[in-house]
Design a protein around this ligand. Structure first.
Ligand SMILES: [Zn+2]
Length: 334
């Protein structure tokens, strides 16, 4: 197994948008999904004449989502039990290691005693510095571009085809890529300091990301965790789901078993996810998952199992950046 820590620096504006029925494309993702990174890197390898057929069928590379970086802080989804006061902006987390999960009261006052002013911010991107929440991810910078469609027959601009792009500028992201022993690509050698392309408008110059790669060891990534009564709380960094195959097809459920221990779940709500085939250029089957920030609580897992979970995910399609979790820190439960 090899672990790469990857930085993605945008050199041009970025538009990661959901399919649009209008001519307006707006960046609608807060972070770089693993599936987007996977598509961009496989495309890069293919264009540079590497054989990726085997990788498409039997993935040996696992792409974690990459989260925005600002002033050296990485902004990740907040856990579901984090609240913020609308009046004084103070944060109030409930610590899932400490509350009785079967019967806990949702707070209605902040620490400055403002009643009924708390809003739930689970899933929003936050960073923690010196034990304090820095802020929800500060409004990213956008720029608006209009672009004229070109009529292929007359090779001139087409008045009826005006596209508007609302694009993210100065974006910078950080995430992991983990490869297993059957992987034949040395990603540092192949990709360090190269550019990959993501999102809409690539042929108009958008979506250019310069990749910087450092190889890491397990010990760089995983730290010792402070456990309470053997409890381990995992926070979803991506949508998480489980799939069962039954006679009628696929069934998704949210009954997670981690290393054969059953999990208790604190959901941050449902989200529909689907992959995007770079072969057929279409969306794949939609699956209902639990949103980022959801918590999975389990116990009795060994340090080795935790390492495995953190690097390799807890469910299907981890290679495309789904089912990626981290351990919620007991001392900093955000
Ligand atoms: Zn307050």
């Amino acid at each position: 197994m090899r672990i790469y820590e990857v930085e993605y620096n945008a050199e041009t504006p970025i538009i990661l948008s959901k399919p649009s029925v209008t001519n307006v494309f707006q960046n609608s993702y807060k972070y770089l999904p693993g599936s987007t990174i996977r598509g961009a890197i496989l495309t890069y390898l293919k264009r540079n004449n590497h054989d990726i057929k085997e990788e498409m069928v039997k993935p040996s590379m696992l792409f974690h989502p990459a989260f925005p970086v600002k002033d050296d802080l990485v902004f990740k989804p907040a856990q579901v039990l984090l609240y913020k006061c609308k009046l004084c902006n103070a944060y109030k987390p409930l610590n899932p290691y400490e509350v009785n999960l079967d019967n806990f009261a949702i707070p209605f006052k902040c620490d400055n005693n403002h009643p009924f002013a708390l809003k739930h911010i689970g899933g929003e991107l936050i960073a923690v510095k010196d034990g304090k929440v820095v802020d929800e991810y500060k409004k990213p910078k956008y720029a608006i571009f209009d672009s004229v469609g070109i009529n292929r027959v007359t090779a001139s601009s087409d008045v009826n085809l005006l596209y508007t792009y609302i694009a993210l500028i100065n974006a910078k992201y950080k995430g992991l890529i983990v490869t297993n022993d059957s992987c034949k690509f040395d990603l540092k050698e192949l990709l360090d300091n190269e550019v990959i392309f993501v999102g809409k408008g690539i042929n108009r110059g958008f979506g250019c990301l310069r990749v910087k790669i450092k190889e890491k060891s397990k010990h760089d990534i995983i730290k010792k965790y402070n456990r309470l009564n053997d409890k381990i709380v995992l926070k979803a960094l991506s949508p998480v789901f489980n799939i069962n195959i039954i006679d009628n097809g696929l069934v998704t459920n949210h009954e997670f078993k981690i290393k054969s221990s059953k999990c208790k779940i604190l959901s941050n709500g449902p989200i529909d996810v689907s992959g995007f085939s770079i072969v057929s250029n279409t969306e794949k089957v939609k699956i209902t998952a639990l949103k980022e920030g959801s918590l999975l609580i389990t116990n009795n897992i060994s340090e080795d199992d935790i390492v495995d979970i953190l690097l390799n995910g807890i469910g299907p399609f981890a290679c495309s950046g789904f089912n990626i979790v981290e351990v919620l820190d007991y001392d900093s439960p955000y």
